[in-house]
Design a protein around this ligand. Structure first.
Ligand SMILES: *Cc1c(COP(=O)(O)O)cnc(C)c1O
Length: 489
């Protein structure tokens, strides 16, 4: 069994095995005719159930053969130009290379003594990102598993910074289009049920800062504590960006922590033409970025950045076995010897053992550079604009807002009169039928209680011809549904 351990003696088997895996994926990518095969859970479950986990196959070729049937053949492929579903991006090759390296070396970023250079690379990338945001000289942060964890950590710091023991008094303000992880974080942080004040959005799905101001005033008048304002820079559904400068001014006025959730919009940090859309982000106390959304990185790759690195101490706990207390270095007593103060990233993180996800971004920047990433993101933003024109000109469709980023929310509206409930059902049916056909994948959401469809465009390979084709497919499915289900007078 030792022949399966990765070490110098097994280097040849490692090479063969990984090369074979790469070969399978490459062939599969070339063979996919659509983003999905349309397989159902009922069809796939017996295939996976039939695998006897207590009878190993012994070699990786056999396991890869089996993997074709249990996974690779029927996976959902984000690299396909007609995958327009959730916020998943096709990945760039330098990042995949980084992924292969980091898994094989298996550094753990919690302490210096489990990562060495990995720790410094992560720190450089945090500095780089904070620099792009403009957070100033004291900024710091840490890589996380995703936007959900980044938001949780940011709000934990915000809660601790209030210095208020009475958690029931704390309020978080975020727009009605903010991500549900804000609400989830509030619950996890022990805040009351009413802790999150949902601020309405304007026609463009941006937080109404006038209402925010009124809500903050009401909060103060009631003797409550405005703990944080969460501005979303790229809402999950619409890609809308809240008015950051106005929100920053209000945060300062009311002494609230300003958190910018740029899980989606962070790609703008690399854009040469659209960076100004994030103006005001530099005033944030904390920022969430998901490199695995708009930096074309494999899951997981995310970070939380803070303006004042000292606030990360709220996430610091010491364990004798891992990161014992170190005397702080001072001018009078600089950290002793060549080892100095040991940088342990666990001091800044909610996680302990932690992947070296930063390596993927590092390889990406070293091969392509930030401009390369920004160009890709600019392309999909441009595509969304063209898609908007197509939808706006198409009488079969109604489109919700002009895109700021790369998302389009729209729905099929029939020519014949149909009840609102029937229109909802027709759109829902079209989405499901499309998914079942495997020809394309689109997302869905609700706007004012009604069913809509959504394109999340993150693939620069997607063309307007793809968009047109998918719109035709959707209309076909919706018409079929209405034809079969509407009782005509
Ligand atoms: C996706 C998203 C999140 C959650 O990020 P995960 O990486 O999925 O945990 C948070 N906020 C916004 C705005 C998002 O779009």
């Amino acid at each position: 069994m030792r022949s399966h351990l990765l070490n110098d003696a097994t280097a040849e088997s490692y090479r063969r095995s990984v090369t074979e895996g790469v070969e399978r994926v490459a062939s599969r990518l070339a063979a996919t005719r659509g983003p999905f095969t349309g397989v159902t859970p009922a069809e796939l479950a017996p295939v996976i159930d039939a695998v006897d986990l207590d009878r190993p196959l012994g070699d990786s070729t056999a396991a890869l053969d089996e993997l074709e049937g249990v996974y690779l053949r029927d996976a959902v492929y984000f690299h396909h130009p007609r995958y327009l579903g959730h916020l998943n991006c096709p990945v760039v090759i330098p990042a995949v290379l980084g992924e292969a390296v980091l898994s094989a070396v298996n550094s753990s970023l919690d302490t210096w003594d489990q990562s060495a250079g990995g720790t410094l690379i992560e720190q450089r990338l945090i500095e780089w990102t904070a620099g792009r945001i403009g957070l100033g000289p004291l900024a710091d942060g840490v890589f996380t598993s995703g936007g959900t964890q980044s938001n949780l950590q940011a709000l934990l710091l915000a809660r601790e910074e209030t210095g208020t023991g009475d958690l029931s008094k704390l309020r978080i303000f975020s727009s009605e289009c903010s991500h549900f992880s804000v609400q989830k974080s509030a619950t996890l942080l022990g805040l009351g049920r009413d802790a999150v004040v949902s601020v309405p959005v304007d026609r463009d799905k941006r937080m109404q800062s006038v209402v925010l101001a009124a809500e903050l005033e009401a909060c103060r008048a009631e003797g409550l504590v405005p703990m944080a304002i969460v501005a979303t820079a790229g809402t999950t559904d619409f890609g809308s960006i809240d008015p950051l400068p106005e929100i920053a001014a209000l945060a300062a006025e009311y002494g609230a922590w300003m958190h910018v959730d740029a899980a989606y919009g962070c790609g703008l940090l690399a854009s040469r033409t659209r960076r100004h859309l994030l103006d005001g982000i530099e005033q944030a106390d904390s920022v969430t970025v998901d490199y695995h959304k708009s930096f074309f990185q494999p899951v997981s790759s995310s970070a939380v950045l803070v303006r004042d690195g000292a606030t990360l101490r709220h996430a610091t706990y010491h364990a004798d076995y891992l990161n014992p207390r170190q005397a702080p270095a001072t001018k009078a007593s600089p950290a002793a010897g060549p080892w100095g103060r040991v940088p342990n990233q666990v001091d800044k993180s909610l996680q302990t053992t932690r992947r070296f996800d930063a390596l993927k971004l590092w390889m990406t920047l070293r091969v392509m550079g930030a401009d390369g990433i920004g160009e890709l993101f600019d392309e999909v933003c441009g595509l969304a604009r063209e898609g908007f024109e197509l939808l706006a000109a198409d009488p079969r469709y109604e489109v919700v807002v002009e895109p700021q980023l790369s998302t389009l929310v729209y729905r099929y509206v029939p020519e014949a009169t149909a009840s609102p409930a029937d229109v909802d059902r027709a759109n829902l049916y079209a989405r499901k039928a499309l998914f079942a056909s495997g020809e394309a994948v689109v997302a869905g959401t609700k706007v004012d209680g009604r069913q809509y469809l959504k394109f999340t465009l993150l693939n620069p390979e997607t063309t307007t011809a793809d968009i047109t084709a998918v719109l035709d497919l959707i209309a076909g499915h919706a018409e079929q549904y209405l034809g079969e289900n509407l009782v005509h007078a």
